[in-house]
Design a protein around this ligand. Structure first.
Ligand SMILES: Nc1ncnc2c1ncn2[C@@H]1O[C@H](COP(=O)(O)OP(=O)(O)OP(=O)(O)O)[C@@H](O)[C@H]1O
Length: 601
């Protein structure tokens, strides 16, 4: 329940007085509806269908007033009042429906924006610990369920207000009968708790199943080539069969539950009305006009009772979604990377110009603090400004982890990173990030044109600057050959281009930003030797102008590095320039070099 109250408070904080006005509108509608019911008596009386004793009725005054009119005028007058009342009520209802829908949609958008902004502001560690598909599920399915749940709560509030006002009117007419009906309603509520509990548990299953469904589908679409080439279709289909069966069963169970509760309520209502009329006539000797009004009120009220019950079941089933979204938002809050108050603040932070260099002092890092294995242990190194530093080592030796720490994407568990002697923290991280261009092992391109991909990183770039960047990364030739040139749309994750072409496009994008630090993590691994040599020459021209950090498996690409750092099992085992390390016969570097010469010969 706490989760729901949290979102209701958010809704109130967001929509404020608009929500209060809506609630007041609901009260007015309920009162108008009640007034319409009360008018039934004068209608019956004035039409002469039945003789109604008006003496005991709370609206006796109105009846006496109407009786002062000639008979021919009385009925049209009262019917006219009835029509005006109903029109007013329905107009107000329409107005409120649109208003509520607008509040709800705006709130849903606000929720989406809030959540997505928090996601964007979370640190990198948050993302490496989370399954991507779980995040997608939370941002789509769960968030929509929360939005829908909030709508249901508003409907519930409307129903409760309507019910309370109608009960008040009924109480005014006949306290004894009303208490009788309320006692009956109370007993039913006790039974309804069972239904609500089951609905909540089914809602939990919905969350789990939709999470597994999305995770599986995302995995399989990502690995389709492996599935096809290794004939794994059968086992994947078996998984799909079993999961869809569970989803189907869960949905059917939910419908069964809801229809069972609806049946229970409707059966109870038939029983109630029968015993109610029987008791009214035999025991309480209720007057005809009172009985008539109470029957009308309760026959309208009972469906509301049922809809309250149904709303509560639906809300209960969406509680797990409320819970998971709230937990996610709490995780976002604790993973917030920068505590700059607003966009202007973060825009005001300018890129850093590294003068002397970046230093790692006694840096150790573990991905999981509950496990003993360190990805980096006691790293001490210096990356001089405006020079090229290469990081090499066997697969899994910690190269990417080291670069992530240097870029401030992850914080060391022990030790610190210093930029020109100052610790890398808070605003400094953002400053550093603004001066870095990073190209990863798996280059990412947006599903947009080449031009848009380039402009995304440097909106001011001219056509000439874009071609210059493409020339730098040896991509100009193949882009020129494309019929649409710069306006060619890059397919999903760049599938329209080969791995090497993608790498070159991403490199062009990185260089277009005019970074003062360029970090290349296996950024040329998919290139042929000719293209790689071209890029090598271009990088050599950057020496002395920007700080270059290059991770490379292919050691030929780092021949001109000013400094080479060799990592092994998370520790620096060698450090020096290329020729010096190549000359250390016992060192791992000459070993790696020897292996590559054997492979390439
Ligand atoms: N997200 C992660 N969670 C847990 N452990 C990780 C994670 N990423 C990397 N590791 C572990 O940290 C160690 C260093 O990994 P890292 O990716 O830095 O190595 P690398 O030298 O860049 O490897 P490669 O050359 O294969 O890219 C490895 O043992 C790896 O299993």
């Amino acid at each position: 329940m706490g989760y729901i109250i949290h979102y209701l408070k958010k809704l109130y904080a967001y929509s404020g007085n608009k929500l209060i006005i809506s609630v007041i509108g609901m009260v007015v509608i309920s009162l108008l509806d009640g007034a319409g019911v009360f008018l039934l008596l004068p209608i019956i009386s004035a039409s002469g269908i039945a003789s109604v004793n008006t003496g005991a009725s709370p609206i006796a005054g109105l009846l006496t007033f109407l009786q002062s009119f000639p008979k021919a005028l009385g009925l049209p007058l009262i019917l006219g009042m009835f029509v005006v009342l109903m029109l007013g009520q329905n107009w107000l209802q329409r107005f409120l429906t649109i208003r509520e829908a607008t509040i709800q949609q705006k709130f849903l958008r606000h929720l989406r924006l809030d959540t997505y902004t928090a996601l964007m502001q979370s640190n990198w560690v948050f993302f490496i610990k989370r399954r991507k598909s779980d995040l997608i599920n939370s941002l789509t399915t769960e968030l929509t369920r929360v939005g829908f749940g909030t709508t249901l709560i508003l409907q519930l509030i409307a129903s409760v207000i309507f019910t309370l006002i109608q009960i008040g009117l009924a109480f005014w007419l006949s306290p004894v009968m009303t208490l009788f009906v309320l006692a009956f309603g109370f007993i039913l509520t006790l039974f309804s708790r069972r239904f609500i509990k089951s609905a909540k548990s089914l809602g939990g299953q919905t969350s789990e199943l939709s999470q597994s469904f999305l995770a599986g589908i995302t995995d399989q679409l990502g690995g389709m080539k492996d599935i096809k080439s290794n004939t794994l279709e059968g086992s994947r289909l078996a998984w799909f069969h079993s999961l869809t069966q569970k989803i189907m069963n869960e949905q059917v169970d939910y419908i069964k539950l809801r229809s069972a509760s609806q049946f229970f309520y409707k059966a109870a209502s038939a029983l109630l009305i029968a015993s109610f009329i029987y008791l009214s006539v035999t025991l309480f000797h209720t007057k005809v006009e009172q009985l008539l009004l109470i029957i009308v009120i309760f026959s309208r009220l009972w469906p509301r009772f049922t809809s309250i019950q149904s709303n509560m079941e639906q809300i209960a089933s969406s509680i797990p979604a409320f819970r998971s979204l709230l937990q996610l938002q709490e995780e976002f809050a604790s993973a917030k990377e920068f505590h700059t108050e607003n966009k202007q603040d973060s825009q005001a932070i300018s890129p850093i110009a590294v003068k002397y260099g970046i230093e790692c002092r006694n840096v150790s890092f573990r991905y999981n603090r509950n496990e003993p294995t360190y990805a980096l242990t006691d790293i001490n190194l210096h990356i001089p400004a405006l020079q090229m530093t290469a990081i090499v080592g066997r697969s899994g030796s910690g190269k990417s982890t080291l670069v992530d720490i240097i870029m401030g994407l992850m914080q060391p568990e022990v030790g610190q990173v210093l930029i020109d002697g100052e610790p890398l923290q808070d605003d400094k991280i953002l400053s550093l990030r603004k001066s870095i261009s990073y190209v990863s092992q798996d280059p990412f391109l947006f599903h947009a044109s080449i031009r848009e991909n380039l402009l995304m990183i440097s909106p001011e770039a001219s056509e000439g600057q874009m071609w210059e960047a493409l020339e730098f990364s040896a991509a100009d030739e193949f882009v020129r050959k494309l019929p649409q040139g710069l306006d060619t749309i890059i397919g999903d994750r760049g599938v329209r281009f080969s791995g090497g072409e993608r790498q070159r496009l991403v490199l062009a994008r990185a260089i277009l930003r005019k970074p003062s630090i360029l970090v290349l993590d296996e950024a040329t691994s998919a290139l042929d030797t000719e293209n790689e040599a071209g890029i090598q020459e271009a990088l050599d021209l950057l020496k002395g102008k920007i700080t270059l950090v290059v991770i490379a498996h292919r050691l030929s690409t780092i021949r001109n590095a000013d400094q080479v750092i060799v990592l092994d099992q998370g520790s620096v085992i060698q450090q020096g320039d290329y020729d010096q390390l190549a000359a250390e016969r016992e060192g791992q570097f000459s070993n790696l070099l020897g292996n590559q010469l054997v492979v390439s010969s």
